[in-house]
Design a protein around this ligand. Structure first.
Ligand SMILES: Cc1ncc(COP(=O)(O)O)c(C=O)c1O
Length: 371
């Protein structure tokens, strides 16, 4: 057996479309990109979508367009990919790290505690926004976070990089905060065969500013209203993204089925399995189980040809890059506890039932030998 952690979908239609775009002579932000933006906005139930070079640049563009800068603090979970946090530094703001709840996403109780005490703490700058991450494809508890954001007059920018198509109480992720940011990196639920990202928002002015900043600060060809960047997107990948988007609901349904097979196959074992909140329709970007024997189990699975991952072994608040930039950060109990126990099992739409059964049987074998 050789079972990878994730696998990109490709078919003949995609290959044919790529050749068509090569022959079209249009390569950057052309009709494919415009079509992808329109369809993605429709899919997420938002008015505007802006393609960017990556999920990281989508977050960066939003923070920049929202005017976040030096002196500002942004609440972010620590259990996330480092690129959630990097753009906060890049605009000169300071991340304030938040612990997680039992869904692995940002704890609203901890957010509230920080917001309540922020004005009396010297280590916290003026908090202007929250970036919840819909981690592993499970939405964060948006109602409670949105309530707090409203109470304190701050924005919510959703990091949807692992959650294309997930819903919170029926609403698509990305459609609830001031904007939502997506990544199309090859491991994601929607991929474009390289790097890519998207901002979605109902805010026309914000969309316009993101659009300008991504293309050297301009709307007209030779007039630069702002000093911007080159964070543009290309036509070949937009064409791929459009086909992948048309199949995304099916991909996500397949992921949910695989998650169910794992949950059934592993029930009653020594693993803690992921739980789904009643308000969530997750998309299982990752299937993350927990065990104190994580490293031994990962090694055992690898020997049997099963690839696993750890998302993430070092939480952001403990990363050397953070410590060296803003100093040591306060302890986050739950985040630090789960970082030693989490293990991501293989999941991708084409993963067959027999392979999932093999992973489950191999895990059972491990615990029989070890316990
Ligand atoms: C939660 C999260 N945020 C942000 C990013 C950044 O996306 P990208 O790799 O497209 O820059 C990723 C992807 O790695 C991610 O998983």
């Amino acid at each position: 057996m050789n079972i990878p952690l994730s696998k990109v979908y490709v078919d003949q239609e995609i290959k044919d479309r790529v050749w068509e775009v090569i022959d079209s002579g249009q390569y950057v932000l052309g009709s494919q990109s415009k079509g992808f933006e329109k369809e993605f906005a429709q899919f997420t139930g938002t008015k505007h979508a802006v393609l960017t070079s990556s999920g990281t640049s989508a977050i960066f563009l939003c923070l920049k367009a929202l005017g976040v800068g030096p002196g500002d603090g942004i609440l972010v979970p620590s259990l996330t990919a480092f690129p959630t946090v990097e753009p906060v530094f890049h605009v000169g703001a300071k991340p304030i790290f938040v612990d997680i709840d039992d869904t692995f996403t940002m704890s609203p109780a901890h957010v509230e505690e920080i917001l309540k005490t922020a004005s009396s703490r010297t280590d916290i700058r003026k908090i202007v926004g929250i970036i919840p991450v819909h981690l592993y494809g499970h939405p964060a508890d948006m109602d409670r976070l949105m309530g707090l954001a409203k109470q304190y007059g701050i924005f919510i920018l959703e990091d949807c990089c692992q959650a294309h198509g997930a819903r919170y109480q029926g609403k698509r992720v990305g459609s609830m905060g001031i904007a939502g940011c997506f990544s199309f990196y090859p491991s994601k639920n929607l991929t474009v065969f390289g790097d890519g990202g998207m901002v979605v928002t109902d805010d026309e002015a914000l969309a316009r500013k993101c659009r300008m900043l991504r293309d050297h600060g301009r709307e007209a060809k030779y007039e630069h209203e702002l000093v911007g960047y080159n964070l543009r997107f290309n036509e070949i990948q937009a064409a791929v993204g459009r086909i992948q988007l048309s199949k995304l609901e099916g991909f996500n349904e397949a992921r949910r089925n695989i998650a169910r097979w794992y949950s059934e196959g592993l029930e009653g074992n020594s693993l803690t399995l992921p739980s789904v909140k009643e308000w969530a329709q997750p998309v299982f970007h990752l299937y993350v189980a927990q065990t104190t024997k994580r490293d031994e189990l990962a090694k055992f699975l690898k020997e049997k040809g099963i690839q696993t991952g750890i998302h993430y072994p070092i939480p952001c608040h403990l990363q050397p890059g953070v410590r060296n930039t803003i100093g040591p950060q306060p302890k986050l109990e739950k985040t630090e506890e789960v970082a030693n126990k989490i293990l991501s099992l293989p999941i991708y739409p084409a993963l067959e039932r027999e392979k999932v059964d093999f992973v489950c049987a191999t895990i059972k074998e491990f615990f029989k030998v070890k316990l």
